[in-house]
Design a protein around this ligand. Sequence first.
Ligand SMILES: [Zn+2]
Ligand SMILES: [Zn+2]
Length: 723
Amino acid sequence: MPGNRARILVLHPVLGILDYRVPQGMHVEPGSIVVVPIGPRQYAGVVWEPERLPTEEVGDNRLRNLLAVADAPPIPASVRRLVEWTADYYLSPPSAVLAMALRTSAAFENAPTIVEYRATGTVPDRLTPQRAQALERIGERQGLVRELATIAEVSDAVIRGLVKTGAIEAVVVDTETPYPLPDPNFGPPDLSADQADAASILRQAVGAESFQPFLLDGVTGSGKTEVYFEAIAAALAAGKQTLVLLPEIALTEPFLTRFAKRFGCEPVAWHSGLRTSQRRRAWRAIASGEAMVTVGARSALFLPYPNLGLIVVDEAHETSFKQEDGVHYHARDVAVMRGRFEQCPVILASATPAIETRHQVELGRYEELKLPSRFGAAEMPRIEAIDLIQEPPERGRWLAPRLVKALEETLARGEQSLLFLNRRGYAPLTLCRNCGHRFQCPNCTAWMVEHRLLRRLSCHHCGHTIPAPSLCPECKSEDTLVACGPGVERIADEVAALFPDARTAIVTSDTLWSPAKAAEFVARMEHGAIDIVIGTQLVTKGYHFPNLTLVGVVDADLGLDGGDLRAAERTFQQIMQVSGRAGRGEKPGTVYIQTHSPEARVMQALISGDAEAFYAAETEARREAEAPPFGRYAAIIVSSEDKAAAEETARMIGRAAPQLAEMHVYGPAPAPLAMLRGRHRFRLLVHARRSFDVQDVIRDWLGGLSWSAKVRVAVDVDPYSFV
Ligand SMILES: [Zn+2]
Ligand SMILES: [Zn+2]
């Protein structure tokens, strides 16, 4: 390619790879972030090595000029290789993957300051209900007009109107304020012998500056975080950046606090809850190499760290590391690939490692570091099953007498309890006693979930919400609607009826929707202001409450429904994690598991604590079924608002399926969630041998077909969701 031409990967969903002319006087190199014209519009893109992204050659006379080079460091070669690998593996457009590295306009706009707005405390003369709502919801918060409008649920015009009255004022925020530097020697820890051994191996691996994956496998409460903090200290001392991935934003807050205790200041946080100004500041610090430690959700994985020396994936077994829309990547697996491209160690930390990860250890590809016991005086909790058939709760209740008694005793001792039920809201189904009408979401194959606190029914798949009905829409009778089954709100009602004086808290994504809310909950727990927590999977991990000694699993069978290949494993992990919240201090913990099938293998494993036997049996079953990690799946989801079009396309794809001995195609069949967000869905499931290049076959297979613009075809390689 001649010197005045450049191949650009453009952030355009369809066009992607295009050639441009480099105008006289402009200097670009592979990785440079540039602005290019497409038609009348401008797009950001990155200069790429032409041999790595082949495209149709365009004659010199048809080339348009690059418009500008961004005043930002070039995207490193390791990130360009990661983008290529991810696009290839997950059958996604490279531009969609690149978009994850350039998640902010800071990448291509050099504006050191940004104007934000905040309330001044003055009340405008004309206080309309909208204005009152805006000022109340905004409170102390600050942000762009659009961000404040979103928080307040009003239009931009309402916010601008408030600016005119002086109730809201502009503030200039410097997005180049440097971050404090974590100090590796700030708060050295007091490690157990096991912890010290593991830490020393990790410190050496960081020093070796080469790719090496580790499984840090420690029981809950064993102090895995303190161990990988030592690896971070080593990276800091060597002047290298670290990335720590967490499965959920809600876990960021407790992490920041722990980190600050060890290193004297907070790390740089990256997640979807950041304001534009925070995102800009973080991105620029990361891309310049100034941000030494970044903690974030999976989207932090693709950022352009120029000098990465360590990657940590905490709670690495969590399925929320799998992205379920856009590029269907698994952050745990991509993190390992990034470590390979960066030539740095990768630590996967978990108390309940995934079977796929354990298999990598068995194959000798990952080194396992074990922490077999809890830190200090803490013992593992005692786990007992409650057979709901032998010891049923009272009619209309959900807590068995033995669990109620344990709650009573725990309260009397002044200790804390946790009731776990992975179901938000009050009841998962509302039906009419008179005519049998059930409230179903109009957009999804799903029931509407009652949220009594908000007096609403809402669909947990698409968010469709209606006010709680007072009469049946079908037979019009009043007082005939009944709630079926429990959600956390209903358990909270039962607890309130049993123990009217107990102080309770419901913990779900509805109540802990921001890092600040999470911090508030942690503070209340730590100060003993809560006796009984009722929560979903949000409370199963990361938290350390020494006075919490009782855990009750309200419905251990819940996760076994649906029958996907990881159901038993996921149930085991989830209950082990929630059990891990009990007895983390000096007081011993007890866990009660309510189940209808105490003899099931997963329940037996939980009660006996024999994780190894459970994993061995599960692994064997997967081997026989040639399920992952011994075989591979890929799902092809065909969806459309037009049911006939979706079905027809799915059949056409099915008919064109290649006939190969190493691969079998099931379907098309209606997906278990046959309708989602108003789209009808059909699924083909591809099952292949481990060593088989299923991506290559699917690329050829789908590449030769075409379908109507109203049909969407998505490929999910290594799917985790089978709905
Ligand atoms: Zn009815
Ligand atoms: Zn819905």
